[in-house]
Design a protein around this ligand. Structure first.
Ligand code: MSP
Length: 658
C-alpha cells in the first residue's frame, strides 16, 4: 500500500501579523513534509488561518473594518509570506472557506444525533482573549493565567458537548499509546489534566453576543464556538467524510503545535472525533516557545521578531537552519541575532562550506573537476568514514522522524566534521605530489560521495542551499533517486566522469547587522540638527535617519560583489505579481539567466529587450512569488520614478563593473 504522511500546523488567528513563532512551526512542518517525501511517501502539508470568534470581531472593529474584509487582509499576509520562506504547503485553509463551513455543520449534526450535545444554562468566568470559560481553580489570583486579566462572569444558555463522557476512554488511550502525544513531558501533562474531573465543553455562542461564526445546524440562534470550528479544519481540508484525500492521508495525520494549545488538541479534539466515530489522528507533536532575551515575544514589549526582516538581513538559508538547529524539540528556545550568526559561521561557513570548497577545489586541481571511478578496494580509514556515514544517516533519520531536528542536524554536523578529519589525515595534496593516483582517486571519490549525502540531508532544512550543492556536484536533479532510507544501506558514488564545480563558496561568513547605536549625546545633537535642517517633526526625522543609515564596508567586502553588464534578451510579466517582470539576461555566461525584477511600474517588457543593464550576479537565488531569480538588476528610485542603471556605451554582456 502507498505510504503517506500528513502534517498540519495550527491555523493562525488573523488578529496578529505573522512572526517568528508562526514561522518556526510552519518551517518545521515544511521540513517534515519534505523529509517524508524524500522517503518515497506521498505527503500532504496543511496550514491556514483561524478567522471566527470574538477576538477577530473585536480586532476588526478596532480597525474600522468588517470581519470578512479584515480576515481577508491578514490571512493574505500569512498566505503570501510562506512561499517567501520556501514553505510549500498543499493547502492553505481558511475557516471562512465554504467547504470548511459545510464540514463543521455536518460534523456538529452528527455529534448532535449521537446524543452528545445538550442545551443548558451556564454561568462562568469567560476570558475574551482565550475565548473560553475558566473554572475558578484554573485562574491565578482571579486572573486568566495567559492574559493576566480578570475574566468576565457570563451567564447564558448554550449548547454543550458531553466531553466528560469520553474522559476515561481518552485517559486509557493515551496511557496505552505512548507515541500519541510526544514529547513525554507533554503526554504526562495531559494525563495529569485527565486525572481531574473533566467538564463538558460549551460549544456555542448566542448570536445576540457574537454573530461572526458558523451557525449551528440545529439552532439558527447560535454560532459555533471558535475552537470546535477551528479543530475541524484538519479533516475538512481533506474533504471529510468521503473525500479521497481523507481516506488517503487521515490515517497518517500528525499535528504540530506549541505548548500553548495543548489542551484543545489533546483533549477537545480526540473526544470530538470519538463522538463522531472518526478514527483518531496518529500523533500530536508539541514544541516549546521561542523567547527573545528570556521574554515572551509581544507587541507591547516591542520584541516581535519579523521573519522577512531576518531573511533580508541574513538570508533564508541561515534563518531556516538556525530555527531547526537551535530549538531542542519540546523545550523553549532563545532567539537572538548573535545566536543565528554564531551558528551559521560555526556550522555552515566553517565546517560545511569549507568542506565543500576544499573537496571541489582539489577535484578541480588534481582530477580536472571530474569525479573519479568508484573505488574497488578500501583501507581502514575509508571503512571508518563509511561506517560514520551510515551511523550518522541512521541517527539523522531517527531524530528527524521524531521531530528532533536539532539532534538530526547535530548528527549531520558530526559527519561533516568526520569528513573534514578524513581529508586532513588522508592528505590528498601529498598523494598528488607523490604520484599515488589510485589512492588519491579513492579519497576524493569517497569525499564526493560524502558531499552528496550531506547535500541530500540538507534538503528538508535548506532547500536552496541543497539545490546549489547538488548542482556543484553535477547531480541530475530531475532523475535523482531520492530515497533517504535506501541511502543508509548503500554508499552511492558520483558516476565516473561527472563534471563538478571547481569552486564553491556556499556559505560566506556573516556579520552581525544590529542597528548601530550612536552615543546618546551625539544622537540627541544630530537629531536636533536634523530637525532644524528639515524643519520637520521628530518622529519623521527618526524614521528617515533609520532608513538612510549607511554602513562603512571594507574594499574587500565590495570586491565580493559580482557586478556585471547584462543584456536583456527576453522579458515578460510575472505570472503572479503586477510589480514584477521576468527577464532573461545574457550576463556573458554562455546561456541566459532568469532574473525577476520590480520594474513593471516604469518599464513594459517590450522597452527592456535589447537594453544593457547592471547585474548583481552573485546574489543567492531567491524565489519571488514562486519564480526563482538568479541575480538582481540595479535601478534607482529617482525624483521622476524608477530608472535603470545603464552603462553608457562600448560594453558587452559579462563585462565586470568595478
Ligand atoms: N487559532 C489557534 C489555533 C487553532 S488550531 C486548530 C491559535 N492561533 S495562534 O495564532 O495563536 O497560533 C498559536 C501557534 O503559533 C502556537 O501553537 C505555535 O505554533 C505558534 N507560536 C506562536 N508564538 C510562538 C512562539 N513564541 N514560539 C513558538 N511558537 C509560537 O492558537
Amino acid at each position: 500500500m502507498e505510504e503517506t504522511f500528513y502534517i498540519t500546523t495550527p491555523i493562525y488567528y488573523v488578529n496578529a501579523e505573522p512572526h517568528l513563532g508562526h514561522a518556526y512551526t510552519t518551517i518545521l512542518a515544511d521540513s517534515l513534509g519534505r523529509f517524508h517525501k524524500m522517503q518515497g511517501k506521498r505527503t500532504f502539508f496543511l496550514t491556514g488561518t483561524d478567522e471566527h470568534g470574538d477576538k477577530i470581531m473585536q480586532s476588526a472593529r478596532e480597525r474600522g473594518e468588517g470581519p470578512q474584509e479584515y480576515a481577508d487582509r491578514v490571512s493574505r499576509q500569512f498566505r503570501e509570506l510562506w512561499p517567501e520562506l520556501d514553505i510549500e504547503y498543499d493547502r492553505f485553509i481558511r475557516t471562512t472557506d465554504p467547504d470548511h463551513i459545510a464540514c463543521v455543520q455536518r460534523f456538529l449534526q452528527r455529534v448532535y444525533d449521537q446524543g452528545d450535545i445538550y442545551f443548558g444554562e451556564y454561568g462562568g468566568y469567560y476570558c475574551f482573549g482565550c475565548e473560553r470559560f475558566f473554572t475558578e481553580k484554573e485562574l491565578e489570583e482571579g486572573n486568566c493565567p495567559d492574559h493576566q486579566k480578570p475574566p468576565e462572569y457570563i451567564q447564558e444558555t448554550n449548547y454543550f458537548f458531553r466531553m466528560s463522557r469520553y474522559q476515561e476512554w481518552l485517559r486509557e488511550y493515551i496511557q496505552d499509546n505512548p507515541d500519541f502525544i510526544q514529547p513525554e513531558r507533554y503526554r504526562r501533562e495531559v494525563l495529569a489534566m485527565l486525572r481531574e474531573p473533566l467538564d463538558d465543553l460549551c460549544i456555542s455562542r448566542p448570536k445576540s453576543r457574537l454573530e461572526w461564526g458558523i451557525e449551528l445546524p440545529f439552532d439558527t440562534g447560535y454560532v459555533t464556538y471558535v475552537w470546535f470550528d477551528a479543530l475541524l479544519n484538519y479533516i475538512s481540508a481533506l474533504g471529510w467524510p468521503d473525500g479521497e484525500d481523507f481516506a488517503r492521508f487521515w490515517p497518517a495525520a500528525h499535528h504540530l503545535v506549541a505548548k500553548d494549545i495543548i489542551k484543545p488538541h489533546a483533549i477537545f479534539w480526540p473526544t470530538m472525533l470519538r463522538s463522531a466515530g472518526v478514527p483518531l489522528f496518529r500523533g500530536l507533536r508539541v514544541h516549546g516557545y521561542w523567547k527573545v532575551h528570556e521574554e515572551k515575544m509581544s507587541k507591547s514589549l516591542g520584541n516581535v521578531v519579523r521573519p522577512l526582516e531576518l531573511r533580508s538581513k541574513y538570508g533564508l538559508d541561515a534563518f531556516r537552519f538556525f530555527l531547526l538547529r537551535e530549538m531542542q524539540f519540546g523545550h523553549d528556545g532563545s532567539f537572538s541575532e548573535e545566536g543565528l550568526i554564531g551558528r551559521f559561521n560555526a556550522d555552515l561557513a566553517n565546517d560545511m562550506g569549507n568542506l565543500f570548497s576544499r573537496c571541489l577545489a582539489m577535484t578541480g586541481k588534481y582530477l580536472g573537476a571530474k569525479a573519479p571511478a568508484p573505488p574497488e578496494s578500501f583501507q581502514a580509514e575509508d571503512e571508518e568514514l563509511m561506517r560514520l556515514g551510515r551511523d550518522y544517516l541512521e541517527k539523522y533519520l531517527q531524530s528527524f522522524e521524531a521531530v528532533h531536528t536539532a539532534e538530526a542536524l547535530e548528527w549531520l554536523m558530526e559527519f561533516v566534521r568526520g569528513v573534514n578529519k578524513y581529508i586532513d589525515t588522508s592528505a590528498p595534496w601529498s598523494l598528488y605530489k607523490q604520484g599515488h593516483t589510485q589512492r588519491l582517486e579513492t579519497v576524493l571519490a569517497l569525499a564526493l560521495a560524502s558531499l552528496r549525502r550531506i547535500a541530500l540531508a540538507m534538503r528538508p532544512v535548506m532547500p536552496d542551499a541543497s539545490y546549489a550543492m547538488c548542482r556543484q556536484l553535477g547531480l541530475d536533479l530531475e532523475h535523482l533517486d531520492l530515497d533517504l532510507r535506501q541511502e543508509c544501506s548503500k554508499w552511492i558514488f558520483l558516476p565516473e566522469g561527472t563534471q563538478v564545480a571547481r569552486k564553491s563558496n556556499l556559505f560566506p561568513r556573516k556579520e552581525l547587522k544590529l542597528d548601530r547605536e550612536e552615543p546618546a549625546q551625539n544622537k540627541q545633537a544630530s537629531e536636533k540638527q536634523q530637525q532644524k535642517k528639515a524643519g520637520k517633526g521628530r518622529a519623521k526625522n527618526q524614521e528617515s535617519a533609520e532608513s538612510e543609515q549607511t554602513w562603512e564596508i571594507d574594499f574587500a567586502d565590495f570586491q565580493k560583489l559580482d557586478l556585471r553588464v547584462g543584456r536583456v534578451e527576453g522579458a515578460s510579466p510575472h505570472p503572479d505579481a503586477d510589480r514584477l517582470l521576468q527577464l532573461e539576461v545574457d550576463a556573458g555566461e554562455g546561456s541566459t539567466r532568469q532574473i525577476v525584477a520590480g520594474l513593471a511600474e516604469a518599464y513594459s517588457p517590450r522597452d527592456l529587450v535589447g537594453r544593457y543593464v547592471t547585474v548583481l550576479a552573485n546574489l543567492k537565488p531567491r524565489k519571488l512569488r514562486g519564480v526563482t531569480s538568479h541575480g538582481m538588476v540595479l535601478a534607482v528610485h529617482g525624483q521622476e520614478g524608477l530608472s535603470l542603471l545603464t552603462p553608457e556605451s562600448g560594453v558587452s554582456p559579462g563585462d565586470k563593473i568595478s
